[in-house]
Design a binder for this molecule. Structure first.
Ligand code: HAX
Length: 434
């Protein structure tokens, strides 16, 4: 049976021809226009790059290689006695472009286990960081320090040809994905559990081992991690973390440099850090409103106060989506199945009813509906993971699956260094105000 790398290699030739024929035949076709407003609005809606792994539709949500989240949940292989897909299957799907079978997925789990050993110096780097340092900063530094072992950097220094760049990038990508749960759980146990580290399990899937090393043995929590790792993995190419990694990678920076850079973007409150901000905001609201499940009117007042003080409502809105995020819905379904009466779940549900009309009434918020981050935190709290400033690290571990698939494809397709143009306000004023 062919391993993952051989299967990927089989895809390269045809994919390269497809791209070069497309550009040869239609290279001069116009695919969109850019307004002046767009360049002052974070390039919103500007089609400007190709990302093979997934596509985000404003009204439908994300599709991974054409498959929606409910389809993924139905079609990807699962671990024994599990109700959720294995994220290894998502990685296979994004990389190879086809649904994997159980054997394909089991091979990836094995491959990751074989590559999981983290050099001691990386743990020393973490040990030398202050514990008060935010876990995302520790995570990014640890990833950066791993680049000492980059296969791509070594191969590049030896002078390999461009068409072979993908090969050592593939090695770096798999090595990185394999090691991230070890690094993340080390940071977690060091910061919050008196440096009481837990030895890994053998012959289990990537998520089960991760849950175990974090210190959780509950089978529902393991399934939650499988779901979490699957649905957070990719959101096409333009989001801050994926785009940053792509941009940095386009300079032929290796997988570690690229991914660490992407994690620095994920650590921003308008992106991945929103998952911590949501929990902070909900707990504060609950406290200020006297505990328990507050009345709708009280929640509405609290939401209005948050807006009036100049803050955003974390977990709501999106730069692309114009409907409730299907990743939110998948987590809501998990909650309805396993914790329908949980007080914080009921609060999240109530906030879901109360917030959209208030955001709509502002007249400026383009998407008043909840995004992925509005739900993820309270599920983790329920199973005993209460240290919410760690939550974005979990997001980051999952994102490696998408970002690394994207990087391998960028190398295989010989994507060039990214270098968009920029202008100045003076130039624009001169051009249009005469
Ligand atoms: N609360 C308050 N105001 C909001 C808002 C929210 N949740 N969402 C948008 N707005 C405001 C914007 O700040 C902007 O105001 P100004 O014109 O005064 O600057 C206006 O509404 C228009 O914004 P938009 O076009 O609707 O949204 P953007 O594409 O500019 O921004 C954001 C998208 C996700 C950054 C935004 O909705 C937001 O800040 N949400 C809260 C933070 C959050 O949940 N982030 C996570 C997003 C998902 C993700 O990446 N996860 O990792």
């Amino acid at each position: 049976m062919k391993n993952l790398k051989q299967k990927f290699e089989d895809k390269i030739h045809d994919s390269r021809s497809r791209v070069s024929n497309l550009v040869h035949d239609y290279g001069d076709k116009i695919i969109g226009e850019i307004s002046l407003r767009q360049i002052f609005s974070g390039m919103r809606g500007m089609l400007s790059m190709v990302t093979e792994t997934s596509k985000l539709d404003p009204n439908e949500g994300i599709r991974f290689r054409g498959y929606s989240i409910p389809e993924i949940q139905d079609l990807l292989p699962r671990a024994n006695n599990s109700n959720q897909p294995l994220p290894e299957g998502m990685f296979y799907l994004m990389l190879i472009g086809e649904l994997p079978n159980e054997k394909d997925v089991a091979l990836i789990s094995k491959e990751l286990e074989a590559r999981s050993s983290v050099p001691d110096y990386v743990y020393s780097v973490i040990n030398n960081l202050p514990k008060e340092m935010h876990p995302m900063t520790q995570f990014s530094i640890a990833i950066l320090s791993l680049r000492n072992n980059s296969e791509f950097s070594k191969a590049y220094q030896k002078g390999i040809g461009k068409k072979d760049y993908w090969d050592s990038t593939f090695e770096d990508a798999l090595n990185l994905i394999a090691k991230l749960p070890y690094i993340a759980s080390y940071i977690y146990r060091r910061n919050y559990h008196n440096e009481d580290y837990i030895k890994p399990l053998k012959n289990v899937d990537w998520s089960e081992n991760f849950a175990h090393m974090l210190g959780f043995s509950n089978s529902e929590f393991k399934d939650l991690i499988r779901l979490y790792m699957t649905i957070h993995s990719d959101h096409e190419g333009g989001n801050v973390s994926a785009h940053t990694s792509h941009l940095v990678g386009s300079a032929l920076s290796d997988a570690y440099l690229s991914f660490s850079a992407g994690m620095n973007g994920l650590a921003g409150p308008l992106h991945g850090l929103a998952n911590q901000e949501v929990v902070k905001w909900l707990l504060q609201m609950q406290k200020e409103l006297g505990g328990g499940l507050p009345e709708r009117e009280k929640i509405a007042e609290y939401v209005q106060n948050t807006l009036d003080s100049g803050k955003v409502i974390p977990g709501f809105g999106h730069a692309v989506l114009r409907k409730t995020d299907p990743r939110y819905t998948a987590q809501r379904e998990f909650a309805l199945k396993y914790l329908p009466d949980d007080e914080l779940f009921l609060l999240v549900s109530r906030v879901f009813e109360v917030v959209p009309p208030i955001l709509e009434a502002t007249g400026k918020v383009k998407n008043p509906w909840p995004n992925v981050d509005a739900h993820s935190g309270i599920l983790l709290l329920k199973y005993g993971m209460r240290e919410y400033d760690f939550f974005t690290v979990l997001f980051g571990v999952s994102r490696s699956l998408g970002i690394m698939s994207q990087l391998i494809w960028s190398r295989a397709l010989g994507m060039p260094i990214e270098r968009p143009g920029s202008t100045t306000t003076d130039i624009l004023l001169k051009k249009f105000s005469n």
